[in-house]
Design a binder for this molecule. Structure first.
Ligand code: CP
Length: 307
């Protein structure tokens, strides 16, 4: 056996430009019906936080590539008996698991595990606290490209709870690298980011400022699970000031597309009629998620140990 180091997907920042372009092109090709070859690999989904889209789409992606998939039920796993995450990972690796898809509430946990577990298997960051969600950023970029939109022509606004959003953090890093024409963020002052590199990003004080003329608007959920209950914004007031409804959307470019990584809270950050409307790409994002995760798993498989 020739050992090659396990390849990880921890964040956007660590990806080479060529890899980003490869993943976007490959996801687009898969969405258009490109062929795949079966891959001999075992993937374990290890989710310490709830998920519908990310967990199911990684499972579907792996199955479509002929991989074996194990969904670890955490409440019935030995993590309830105090086993460390690193010991869980090396135990799974010893049983032949090649790749762990990890979601964890602690920011930085996936990076820490990559350092602890070494290169015995591949780690895929499926969201760590307020840190990173690289596969979501990649699927969002692939969804935008599938609309035929060129990055320099894009006027993209991200609105909502930027501070706690790993989707925003990874998206901002990716969209800048892809050469987005204009990038705005907006949200209540207490939900704007701290300690984030905002070079090339306009920070707007109101929803109207953020949306005027935009041709893509990405709305974000309030991440209540990452705040003290005392700091939760009032939903009705939030919707009035920051929720995307018909009045605000009328300020955007006439062909403006609306995105949201999900799950959505109808009537809070977005009106249900807009989420379901003709400008919404929300279900396109979900569909592209399977293809992007297939592209990612294929890319990880290239670095698996070879006989
Ligand atoms: N967008 C996203 O990560 O959704 P899930 O929490 O359902 O995986």
């Amino acid at each position: 056996m020739t050992e090659r180091p396990g390849r990880h997907l921890l964040d956007i920042e660590a990806l080479e430009d060529d890899t980003i372009r490869h993943l976007l092109n490959r996801a687009g090709a898969l969405a258009a019906g490109a062929d795949t070859n079966p891959i001999d690999m075992t993937v374990a989904n290890l989710f310490f936080e709830p998920s519908t889209r990310t967990r199911v789409s990684f499972e579907l992606a792996a199955l479509r590539l002929g991989m074996r998939v194990i969904n670890i039920e955490l409440d019935r796993s030995s993590s309830t008996k105090g086993e460390s995450l690193a010991d869980t990972a090396t135990t799974l690796s010893a049983m032949g698991v090649n790749c762990i898809v990890l979601r964890h509430p602690e920011t930085g946990r996936c990076h820490a595990l990559a350092a602890e577990a070494g290169n015995s298997l591949s780690l895929l960051n499926a969201g760590d606290g307020s840190g990173h969600h690289p596969s979501q950023a990649l699927l969002d970029a692939a969804t935008i490209e599938a609309q035929g939109l060129a990055w320099p022509d894009l006027d993209l606004s991200i609105v909502g709870d930027i501070r706690h959003s790993r989707v925003a953090r990874s998206g901002l890093a990716l969209f800048r690298r892809l050469g987005v024409g204009r990038l705005r963020i907006a949200g209540p002052a207490e939900l704007l980011p701290e300690g984030l590199d905002l070079s090339g990003i306009e920070v707007c004080e109101t929803l109207d400022q953020a949306i005027r003329g935009a041709n893509v608007v990405m709305m974000l959920r309030i991440q209540r699970e990452r705040m003290d209950q005392a700091g939760w914004p009032d939903s009705t007031r939030y919707h009035r000031e920051w929720g995307l409804g018909d009045r605000a959307l009328a300020l955007a470019a006439p062909d403006c597309r609306v995105m949201h990584p999900g799950p959505i809270n109808r009537g809070v950050e977005i009106a249900g009629s807009i989420a379901d409307g003709s400008r919404s790409l929300i279900l396109e994002q979900v569909r592209m998620g399977v293809y992007m995760r297939m592209a990612i798993l294929e890319w990880l498989a290239e670095a698996q140990p070879v006989p």
